[in-house]
Design a protein around this ligand. Structure first.
Ligand SMILES: NC(=O)c1ccc[n+]([C@@H]2O[C@H](COP(=O)([O-])OP(=O)(O)OC[C@H]3O[C@@H](n4cnc5c(N)ncnc54)[C@H](O)[C@@H]3O)[C@@H](O)[C@H]2O)c1
Ligand SMILES: C[C@@H](O)[C@H](N)C(=O)O
Length: 373
């Protein structure tokens, strides 16, 4: 067989994969330089090579946003302070810098990402960098770069170094033509935000890399996440965090969504626990690689009523932001997370009353401290 045809044949076989449906181990071109078909004899790109008895060495990208610091604290309790590296392009406040390893990393810089993974022996990567729904619409070209090009860099580095990779998806990965109450794991996904489009892309690319290259990709679709000690980064569900700050500080809150806008929400402790649980789940228990997780759904009106039980003078007014409202109107009302509950025993702890009590206690005690000083 002439050399060129022989090469075409080899590449063709690699692209088609074995008839049995087993995973192929050809890597994307960037991982092996110019010759994608030169696979080393001892290549093992499955994270099964990672000994389950060892503690993972963790990198979190975009770690200085609403969720990353909480994730780092949570993982450090389990795996040790120095085994979890926070990274971001932002400068950390002193208390975060002193709480454990925290470094600069721009996910658009592939070489820098690879250097961090190699120099620190990273085995697990949590990819949190993103532009959220509202800020993404305000800067589509940056959102495309961070959410899509950044993801490509992370996928390639993860496959090249056999990492276990977690990428969060979102309720925003669904759109107005998806079934909305409840939204199943597998259904029409036609989001109308760049954020949603980039997250569907992330789900599909991660799953493609899993089946094509054996990447240990794991993904959860988070609801709107509510946290007490961190500020949200420009999403549509931000009102459900801000309401607690304003209720405690001013006794009133101006909401940018309509009173009847029902969305899926989750307290951060449940979100972080779900994230670790899916990362620690045995691969054979995962019947899919992207799961919905669900906790509670409420409207601004219902949230305000619950806050009112604790702060009787609390008042809510509405000044609807049409851009955010349009986004929220196309999102699910609740997620069907029965697959997560069945496969890896997911169960949420916080419903609306516990959420509100916890959030107000947190802010209330802060306020008392502030007044005492
Ligand atoms: N917060 C939620 O309600 C929610 C819900 C669903 C999914 N998620 C997902 O969880 C992840 C974390 O969310 P979050 O709320 O912490 O987001 P956030 O907006 O608060 O933080 C994102 C971080 O990414 C960083 N970043 C931006 N460009 C970067 C770059 N080029 N390189 C490295 N870092 C960069 C930002 O500096 C920021 O600190 C995101 O992927 C988000 O889509 C969040
Ligand atoms: C839902 C979630 O992805 C984010 N909080 C947003 O509103 O954009």
């Amino acid at each position: 067989m002439p050399a060129v045809r022989m090469l075409q044949h080899v590449v063709g076989q690699l692209l088609l994969g074995p008839a049995c449906g087993c995973r192929t181990s050809a890597l994307p071109a960037r991982s092996l330089g110019a010759s994608p078909w030169q696979i080393p004899a001892n290549a093992n790109f499955h994270s099964a090579s990672f000994s389950e008895t060892d503690r993972p060495r963790v990198l979190i990208t975009g770690g200085l946003g609403q969720l990353g610091v909480g994730l780092a604290n949570f993982l450090r309790k389990r795996f040790g302070k120095d085994n979890v590296i926070l990274s971001d392009i932002r400068k950390p406040p002193d208390h975060i810098f002193q709480s454990g390893p925290c470094i600069y990393s721009d996910i658009l810089d592939y070489k820098n990402l690879r250097e961090i993974v190699v120099n620190n022996g990273i085995t697990w990567l949590f990819h949190y960098s993103a532009l959220l729904s509202a800020v993404g619409e305000a800067n589509v070209s940056l959102a495309k770069a961070v959410n899509i090009t950044g993801l490509h860099n992370v996928l390639d580095v993860a496959v090249e170094h056999g990492l276990r990779l977690f990428v969060p998806s979102t309720i925003g990965a669904f759109g107005p033509t998806s079934p909305r109450d409840p939204t199943p794991d597998l259904c029409v996904q036609r989001p109308r935000t760049i954020y949603g489009v980039s997250k569907v892309h992330a789900e599909l690319m991660g799953e493609y890399y899993h089946y094509r290259y054996g990447l240990d990709f794991r993904c959860l679709r988070y609801p709107g996440i509510i946290s007490a000690d961190s500020q949200p980064g420009g999403g549509t569900t931000d009102y459900a965090v801000q309401i607690f700050h304003d209720a405690v500080k001013n006794g009133k809150f101006e909401c940018n969504l309509k009173p009847s806008t029902r969305l899926p929400m989750m307290y951060i402790d449940d979100c972080l626990r779900a994230t670790l649980e899916v990362m620690e789940a045995p691969a054979e228990s995962l019947s899919m690689r992207t799961y919905n997780i669900n906790a509670m759904s409420f409207t601004p009106e219902e949230l305000a009523q619950e806050v009112h039980k604790h702060i009787p003078e609390f008042q809510i007014t509405y000044n609807v932001d049409s851009a955010r409202q349009a986004i929220a109107d196309g999102w699910p009302v609740s997620l069907d997370d029965s697959n997560a509950r069945k496969d890896w025993k997911w169960k949420h702890d916080f419903d609306l009353p516990e959420l509100v009590t916890t959030m107000l206690n947190f802010h209330g005690s802060d306020t008392r401290i502030a007044q005492a000083n």
